[in-house]
Design a protein around this ligand. Structure first.
Ligand SMILES: [Zn+2]
Length: 185
């Protein structure tokens, strides 16, 4: 399957920064690179919206994805809040019922299997696990698109967790499992 991997932030935009200085942009790139390499190993065709610590605008990410024409778009982020308390996993899709919702459900299912101790922060009001939003890359991509808030980098416990390479690899494997369960090999 051809799909787009979108590592959030980068370059002049570090994204959220954890209490001991971990940058969201570095975490998202590390996860994306592992996802790219393990996907290639099993015959997928992943395409990255950025491959280094560089700034790419949201508009360019969406535009690039649409010229590539992948089967879906996966944007990787870390959550943050002004208080160190919040924790948990979130996944967002574009508004309305569409095939992004089934992709979000598939990834969430794999996530809760792999990380049973993680809180899944969900908006169940419309029956979907995703919270519906108007995020630019979700709105302007022409394929099913999801945005993962993997964990809260603003929470000291989860910043430490995000520093572990083994955890980032596990996240990449979970995303790949979710993609394959949704879209096949
Ligand atoms: Zn972000």
């Amino acid at each position: 399957m051809k799909f787009i991997i979108d590592c959030g932030h980068g370059g002049t935009d570090p994204g959220a920064i954890g209490p001991t200085g971990l940058k969201e942009a570095d975490v998202t790139l590390a996860i994306g690179k592992v996802l790219e390499s393990i996907s290639k190993m099993v015959g997928h065709t992943p395409v990255m919206t950025r491959t280094s610590d560089e700034y790419v605008s949201l508009k360019d990410r969406a535009k690039f994805a649409n010229t590539q024409g992948g089967k879906c778009f996966v944007s990787i982020h870390c959550n943050s809040f002004t208080s160190p308390v919040p924790a948990g996993f979130e996944i967002w899709t574009s508004r309305g019922q569409n095939t992004s919702d089934t992709l979000a459900s598939s990834i969430t299912h794999q996530w809760s299997k792999a990380f049973p101790d993680h809180l899944i922060r969900a908006d169940w009001s419309d029956g979907d696990v995703d919270k519906e939003s108007g995020f630019y890359v979700l709105k302007h991509t022409a394929m099913p698109a999801v945005l993962l808030e993997t964990a809260f980098i603003s929470n000291p416990k989860w910043e430490t967790w995000l520093r572990e390479k083994g955890n980032l690899k596990k996240i990449a494997e979970v995303i790949l499992d979710g993609l394959e369960a949704w879209g096949g090999k």
